[in-house]
Design a protein around this ligand. Structure first.
Ligand SMILES: Nc1ncnc2c1ncn2[C@@H]1O[C@H](COP(=O)(O)OP(=O)(O)OP(=O)(O)O)[C@@H](O)[C@H]1O
Length: 353
């Protein structure tokens, strides 16, 4: 069931169109990630949902309540929406206890118990309550910011790049913990990020923004495997886009014949393969020689970089003027520069509609 419904929301700052007729349905209890390049309108959209900015036109409805109809709007503090900013925005001069309890009534016997309960929810030790924000790590500060937002028992939680200041390991762990916490509390959540991997792993719905519009909205796997266009494809991860002649469920391209997923289309078009769909095989491998696409898939290694668990190899097809292709291979087999190899294609290619 739709919990947050945005319809035809528009917002301009002078001549800059920040949001251009954005409509989005967010199901109750779900996690939606809004992902897009810098300046695409993500923060503007979040601020309009929170009530910090007003739309020029369009409606914002939450749980059946009309929050904004153009510039007619319910004020931010009456919306029941939690907001966690990029830097956590904790009050530096207040101890953690007062940061977490900032919006809670003072002088009530329940206050301390509620603060302790919130610390427990975000898996922080209550021994930290007497410290100041600068005495906590970045990840701990983000959890305090989340606890402060949860204190209001929000109907909807908005997270604006809350993990971006954390280093890689802490970032993934904090993201996972926050996702689990919000899911178990049943709080509908919207995460804004410019990190596509973060969006794909956090959310059950991903909305890709481009130039103030939603380019595509869908489930993470659907968007990754079946992007609407090459720009969205490349935004969500590495993608190889090849010209092809498509008919009867097959694409003829510089890599030979490849089965395609969406078979309705026929004619000339473009197909996409992800790097994990390509493998390199030694040309002397018996399977390589038997492959009917053997000639078109022969390639020479241009670059091979060892990257820890994998190696990244750039190859050029021997019998085509196709741009060099990037392949992720196992780290225990880094091919030599100049070696001749054969490309294996795994699974189906995606045809751009
Ligand atoms: N207060 C403002 N005054 C004027 N222009 C603004 C204002 N806020 C945002 N903009 C413009 O609106 C557009 C969308 O900005 P927004 O901050 O929503 O993008 P974003 O996708 O969140 O970007 P980033 O990832 O860099 O935070 C940009 O062109 C930005 O310059």
């Amino acid at each position: 069931m739709t919990f947050l419904d945005l319809s035809a929301v528009r917002k301009s700052y002078g001549p800059v169109v920040a949001l251009d007729t954005v409509s989005l349905a967010v199901p109750e209890g779900s996690r939606t990630a809004i992902v897009g390049a810098s300046g695409s309108g993500k923060t503007t959209l979040l601020r309009i949902i929170a009530g910090f900015d007003l739309p020029d036109a369009g409606k914002v409805v939450l749980g059946g309540q009309l929050l904004a109809d153009g510039p007619q709007a319910v004020p931010a503090h009456q919306r029941g929406i939690g907001y966690v900013a990029q830097d956590g925005a904790l009050f530096p001069h207040l101890r953690i206890a007062d940061n977490v309890g900032f919006g809670l009534p003072r002088d009530t016997p329940q206050r301390q118990a509620r603060i302790a309960e919130l610390m427990d929810m975000v898996a922080l030790d209550t021994a930290m309550l007497q410290r100041y924000p600068h005495e906590l790590s970045g990840g701990q500060q983000q959890r305090v910011a989340l606890a402060r937002a949860l204190a209001q028992r929000p109907r909807l939680m908005l997270l604006d790049e809350p993990f971006s200041a954390l280093d890689t390991g802490l970032r993934a762990a904090t993201r996972k913990a926050v996702a689990q916490l919000l899911q178990s509390a049943g709080i509908t959540t919207i995460l804004v990020t410019h990190d596509q991997a973060e969006a794909l792993s956090f959310a059950d719905q991903v909305a890709v923004m481009r130039n103030g519009q939603l380019a595509q909205v869908g489930k993470p796997l659907d968007l990754y495997q079946r992007p609407a266009d090459p720009v969205t494809a490349r935004f969500l991860g590495e993608a190889m886009v090849l010209s092809a002649q498509i008919s009867n469920g097959w694409a003829e391209c510089s890599l030979g014949r490849i089965p395609v997923g969406n078979t309705q289309y026929s004619g000339s078009g473009q197909i996409m393969l992800r790097p994990e769909q390509l493998r390199l095989e030694d040309l002397s491998h018996p399977q390589a020689l038997q492959n009917p696409n053997a000639a078109s898939r022969a390639a020479v290694v241009l670059e091979a970089d060892f990257c820890g668990p994998t190696c990244e190899v750039v190859v050029r097809l021997l019998h085509s003027d196709e741009m060099p292709l990037r392949v992720h291979g196992p780290a225990n087999h880094v091919p030599a520069i100049g070696a001749q190899v054969q490309i294996q294609v795994i699974g189906q290619a995606h045809v751009f509609p």
